[in-house]
Design a protein around this ligand. Structure first.
Ligand SMILES: C[S@@+](CC[C@H](N)C(=O)[O-])C[C@H]1O[C@@H](n2cnc3c(N)ncnc32)[C@H](O)[C@@H]1O
Length: 196
């Protein structure tokens, strides 16, 4: 039986409230986080957290199975500075407690939504950039990489048009490790955006 719009809205509200509570419990004593959005199988962030033990790292993905795989790598490596959470990006950014600042945010090979009628689903656009800007201090970096030329151009334009962000051509990619997607498809093009 199909659910009604009211039932769907109630379910979304419940999910957001549960995420807010989880973030409150996990991050109530935390002021800084490194975040990977759409972490997939967790290859990149596990490698990153291993060589940045001083940073508290969080990976999120909307797919529970991927979060489980990422977590099993973290457990195997006994990385106490790393955790994975099943969450949608904009909901996670909205759910973080006020005092948490994101010092670095990575988005590697996000779904490119190649068809024009689906462009509206691309993550990198004003509403997401607004939320991200609200969570990041001036001078902090957002690292983006894609193998999709159209999405790369799109992201560049969205970032350039946004008053809180600028593309930093001189900035260097801070940490190299292949993500799962990159191992399969090869390396894509980077964009590094700096919070004004
Ligand atoms: C193409 S995969 C890339 C995964 C990983 N970054 C890599 O390079 O191997 C995109 C990932 O983003 C996740 N994803 C898509 N939309 C998302 C969203 N709005 N919030 C969080 N994760 C999302 C998908 O479930 C998927 O795991």
């Amino acid at each position: 039986m199909a659910i009604t719009r009211e039932q769907h809205e109630a379910w979304v509200a419940q999910r957001k409230a549960a995420l807010r509570q989880l973030c409150e419990e996990r991050f109530c004593n935390c002021s800084q986080l490194t975040l990977e959005i759409g972490c997939g199988h967790g290859h990149y962030l596990n490698a990153y957290a291993l060589v940045h033990p001083q940073e508290r790292c969080v990976g999120i993905d909307i797919l529970g199975k991927r979060v489980e795989k990422s977590t099993s790598k973290q457990v195997k490596r006994e990385l106490g500075n790393l955790e994975f959470i099943k969450a949608e990006a904009t909901e996670f950014l909205a759910a973080l407690p006020e005092q948490v600042a994101l010092t670095r945010v990575m988005l590697l090979y996000p779904d490119p939504w190649p068809k024009k009628r689906h462009f509206k689903n691309r993550l990198v656009q004003a509403p997401f950039l607004n939320l991200l800007a609200g969570r990041m201090a001036s001078g902090s970096f957002f690292y983006f990489r894609t193998d999709h030329e159209g999405y790369w151009e799109w992201a560049k334009e969205e970032i350039q048009a946004h008053p809180a962000w600028e593309i930093d051509e001189a900035a260097e990619w801070h940490f190299d490790a292949p993500s799962f997607f990159e191992e399969v498809k090869g390396r894509g093009k980077p964009l590094i955006a700096r919070r004004h």
